[in-house]
Design a protein around this ligand. Structure first.
Ligand code: PGA
Length: 224
């Protein structure tokens, strides 16, 4: 593989602190792919411990962010509060949040503003139905700075895990580049595991993968 690929673990609402520590020890001890830049996105309470144990071997991300900056917004976590924890990425607008928490593309765009204000790279999740709407909500300047995770909802393991044929995925990624920008980094997500990861990663037009279920096992994740 000529260029680096971003391999992002989305643990969702899984793992205790003990499980997270065990995961990191195993992951760090395991052989990993030379072409990968790994990003681990744990649940928020685990961010500090994961950061302290990372040994600079992987980057750290969060799975959500406040649409507001620091202030009177009970329960929200702003980019301001995350300073000092080494958070480099934020998964924003995941389809689970759009579905269960009614997150809108407008709200996601506000979260993008907050992330970028603190040098956190937004990984904005889209399916084809709302990719255009999401792009329209982003400011011209911010479109240049986001990474897109193309996640067809039906391909996500917990929503059925039905993968599209590779050609369909590649066609949709091409469309996404016309909706966002030619240069936009695009990750693919939805039931990526060690059996199929390379099929995606070897594609020139795919800059990496966003991995849910298969990221829960450190050995599987290291082997993607
Ligand atoms: P999955 O999840 O790999 O379990 O399908 C991907 C995601 O929801 O980001």
């Amino acid at each position: 593989m000529e260029r680096q690929k971003l391999i992002v673990a989305n643990w969702k609402s899984n793992k205790t602190i003990t499980e997270a520590r065990r995961w990191i020890r195993t992951f760090l001890a395991h052989e990993r792919k030379s072409y990968a830049q790994y990003v681990v996105c744990p649940p928020l309470p685990l961010v500090q411990s994961v950061f302290e144990m990372s040994e600079g071997e992987f980057s750290l991300g969060v799975q959500n962010l406040s649409p507001f900056d620091a202030g009177a917004y009970t329960g929200e976590v702003s980019g301001y509060s995350l300073q000092g924890f080494g958070v480099g990425f934020a998964i924003l607008g995941h389809s689970e949040r759009r579905k269960y928490l009614n997150e809108t593309s407008r709200l996601v765009a506000q979260k993008v503003d907050e992330a970028l204000a603190y040098d956190i790279t937004p990984i904005v999740c889209v399916d084809m139905d709302y990719a255009r709407e999401q792009a329209d909500q982003l400011s011209h300047d911010h479109v240049k700075k986001v990474i897109i995770a193309y996640e067809p909802v039906h391909a996500i393991s917990t929503f059925g895990g039905k993968e599209d044929p590779l050609e369909t995925t590649l066609e949709n990624i091409k469309k996404l580049r016309t909706i966002f920008r030619d240069e936009t980094k695009i990750l693919y997500g939805g039931s990526v595991d060690k059996e199929n990861a390379f099929t995606y990663l070897e594609q020139n037009s795919i800059d990496g993968v966003l991995v849910g279920h298969a990221s829960l096992d450190p050995v599987e994740f290291a082997g993607l």
